[in-house]
Design a protein around this ligand. Structure first.
Ligand code: PGA
Length: 250
């Protein structure tokens, strides 16, 4: 059985007090019997404290980024071993905002992915096409290329350590959501490609989640699709009630 996963991508939002308040509210509202894997991703300065607040709950803490190098003269960057030392064991890689604003190429992302998996981290790896790609009917090609340049170059992966997030760039923060059928079409395509590369068993067991303007009122339709195993939630994850509603929509 594939894991259901909902992760909140908090991005560069919330100061310390707001982060703590949000965690507190999510904890209060969350149904203890929920068997969905739930992640939140506060900013780096608050990770350590967030882990302590989430201890003993179902909520896991996810880092929004990591540097591709192990250590050294990379001013302002954060390494896998730093994250590990405070108890973080999952990381978000390949988000379109990092690809676009910080020029993270497939080669850089492959290095981040490979190092993270080697260190035993669970990786949320984002792929997705731009609006132009979609308009020019290139979405399948773009997705296939992103997979081939990154995930498919890894020799062997434990399916429990990889979650693929399909995030059409045109749907992120725009209020435009891929229709449930559009999401299902791409998720099925990703799963088919994964099966060809890593085998049916791997492909049936890997969680593929959708991200891009998922809101409490759109979540259940998207999550009802057979190849959609959850969501990566941006804006709506900053509100405890909305986030928990989305978690409960699975
Ligand atoms: P959004 O962000 O839900 O605000 O569109 C999703 C994401 O960037 O992961």
């Amino acid at each position: 059985m594939r894991k259901k996963v909902v992760a909140g991508n908090w991005k560069m939002n919330n100061d310390l007090i707001m982060s703590n308040d949000l965690i507190y509210s999510i904890k209060l509202k969350l149904n203890k019997d929920n068997d969905t894997d739930i992640f939140i991703s506060p900013s780096f300065p608050f990770l350590n404290e967030s882990i302590k607040h989430c201890k003993g709950t179902k909520i896991k803490v996810l880092a929004q980024n990591v540097n591709e190098n192990k250590s050294g003269a990379y001013t302002g960057e954060v390494s896998l071993s730093m994250l590990k030392s405070i108890g973080i064991d999952s990381v978000l890689i390949g988000h379109s905002e990092r690809r676009e604003y910080y020029h993270e190429t497939d080669d850089i992302l492959l290095k981040k992915l490979s190092n993270s998996l080697d260190e035993g981290f669970k990786v949320f790896f984002c792929i997705g096409e731009s609006l132009n790609d979609r308009k020019n009917d290139l979405h399948f090609d773009v997705i296939e290329k992103q997979l081939k340049n990154t995930i498919f170059k890894i020799e062997k992966i434990n399916h429990e350590n990889l979650i693929i997030a399909y995030e059409p760039v045109w749907a992120i923060g725009t209020g435009l959501t891929a229709s449930p059928d559009q999401a299902q079409e791409i998720h099925a395509f990703i799963r088919k490609n994964i099966a060809q590369r890593f085998g049916e068993n791997f492909s049936n067991n890997i969680s593929i989640i959708y991200g891009g303007s998922v809101k409490p009122d759109s979540a259940s339709d998207i999550f009802s699709k057979v190849d959609v195993d959850g969501g990566l939630i941006g804006g709506a994850s900053l509100n405890a009630q909305d986030f928990v509603k989305i978690v409960n929509s699975i």
